[in-house]
Design a protein around this ligand. Structure first.
Ligand code: FRU
Length: 485
């Protein structure tokens, strides 16, 4: 409905105007991560390179720092560093998406850009309906909704969403995150010849499918792609119990690797691997770019995980996206590395030194700053080694375990931890620090910790502590940040 669409666009623009100064005055606002202009941002959507330009959409609630009837906001870039904040792509203006233009994906076909998403509809009693929908564009900026393209198959609840579309051979495929009527999470496959008419094929895997025991009551944001010689299903299952160092957040994201038989359709796969070990990471999405790179962007947030405790809420915004990461398969697991283009943000190296610390705490001169990249290569860690960021977060390594700790977001008196085992020891830490966003790539991308950090704004120091002797080299750059226009 064109009229409702206009009303919603104007209301969102008014909200941006109203809180612009407040958002911009926030010391926690980000310099090289995508944040909402106001309100709440969640999943990355429609990530694609189309006619040379990367398009990155995001789930956006302009009117609140909570969840609700989502819009699709829209950024574009040619190089991952210089970004344009485009007009709103989609608003919840039609009967089939009036309570949210929920998550989805994009493909390029015959010079047009196709967006697939879930229309969320709720009645007064909270009953839900889910419609898979399509919108197309000839210019990459204005999108025309085409309405509903696939309805709910038998056997599933209305938790049926987040279509990810790709081409394999002659056919188009769409995988959808689902909940079966017996409350098990599934990834469900559809097939099409023309992107408009979709045939339901069935679940490729899920909780109580294939070799899996119970594995979550709902699977969100599935993504299927080839990586090396593997077919990967990346997914965000809900309802996994914490297990040792795994599944520590309210909800997790990870992947299964294996072989997808499109005929059956079944993914024969191994066990689930968590993609990230930090406090804030969820609903990642990938795209294959024109250079043949598989690139991932995730949401730096977790649904229902003390969202309102983020101090940015006072400044009328909450959450951001991760940096774009290139994925590769090393024969055993996915490796994640920040895309090469991000090096364009580097100023001259602030420091490049080899350091040995023995039973001491050291503030290396020149190390610090709140928009910075830091690379540490370890030669030796005798007993225990730690990096402390701004008297707030600490990254520590001991006995083969890497731990990230910070004050609990809801109760600063308590400390919270996330951990991972590093069977080969700690060889490398590559940190991106952006005001209140922290991404730690460990051992050249074997593990990643993604987290928000909220130190006092004036804190700038990074300290190193070693019990026993540790030797390492440090390289550090001040980062110019993204440009946004
Ligand atoms: C994941 C998710 C998706 C849904 C969207 C709504 O964070 O719950 O399943 O489409 O967010 O904003």
């Amino acid at each position: 409905m064109a009229e409702r669409d206009q009303e919603l666009r104007q209301a969102a623009a008014a909200e941006i105007d109203k809180y612009k100064e407040e958002v911009e005055s926030d010391p926690y606002r980000l310099l090289f991560h995508h944040m909402p202009p106001v309100g709440l941002l969640n999943d990355p959507n429609g990530f694609v390179q189309w006619k040379g330009t990367y398009h990155l959409f995001y789930q956006w609630m302009p009117f609140d720092t909570g969840h609700g009837a989502k819009f699709w906001g829209h950024y574009t870039s040619k190089d991952f560093v210089n970004w344009v904040h485009e007009d709103i792509a989609l608003t919840p203006s039609d009967w089939y998406d009036k309570n949210g233009v929920y998550s989805g994906s994009a493909v390029s076909h015959n010079d047009r850009l196709y967006l697939f998403y879930t229309g969320n509809v709720k009645d007064e009693e909270g009953n839900r309906e889910a419609y898979q929908c399509l919108a197309v564009s000839d210019d990459g900026v204005n999108f025309e909704k085409q309405g509903v393209i696939a309805e709910l198959p038998e056997g599933y609840t209305a938790h049926f969403r987040d279509p990810k579309v790709w081409k394999n051979g002659e056919h188009w495929y769409m995988v959808i995150g689902a909940q079966s009527k017996d409350l098990q999470g599934k990834a469900v496959l559809f097939q099409s010849e023309n992107l408009y008419d979709w045939k339901h094929l069935g679940p490729v895997t899920g909780s109580l499918e294939n070799n899996l025991d119970e594995f979550g009551f709902m699977w969100e944001c599935p993504d299927i792609f080839e990586l090396g010689d593997q077919d990967i299903l990346m997914v965000s299952p809900q309802g996994l119990e914490e297990e040792g160092m795994n599944y520590a957040n309210t909800y997790q994201s990870g992947y299964f690797a294996g072989k997808l038989n499109y005929e059956k359709p079944k993914l024969e796969h191994g066990s689930f691997h968590e993609l990230d070990r930090g406090f804030e990471f969820y609903a990642p999405q990938t795209t294959l770019d024109e250079q043949g790179r598989r690139i991932l962007i995730g949401w730096m947030g977790v649904p229902d995980q003390y969202e309102q405790a983020h101090p940015t809420v006072e400044k009328q915004w909450v959450h951001c996206l991760t940096l774009p990461r290139e994925l590769t398969w090393n024969g055993e697991q996915i490796i994640q590395k920040p895309v090469n283009e991000l090096k364009e943000m580097r100023g001259p190296a602030l420091i490049h030194a080899s350091i040995t610390i023995e039973n001491d705490q050291k503030a290396v001169r020149g190390i610090g700053g709140r928009a910075t990249e830091l690379n540490l290569e370890f030669e030796q860690i005798e007993d225990q080694f730690a990096v402390e960021l701004f008297q707030y977060a600490a990254i520590s390594y001991k006995d083969g375990i890497l731990t990230l700790s910070r004050p609990h977001l809801e109760n600063r008196e308590k400390t919270e931890f996330r951990r991972v085992e590093l069977p080969q020891g700690l060889r490398n830490l590559h940190l991106f620090i952006d005001q209140s966003a922290l991404e730690i790539f460990v051992n050249n991308g074997e593990e990643v910790f993604t987290s928000r950090i909220f130190p006092q704004p004036e804190e700038e120091d990074i300290l190193f502590t070693s019990l026993g002797e540790s030797s390492f080299s440090i390289e550090q750059w001040k980062l110019s940040g993204f440009t946004f226009s």
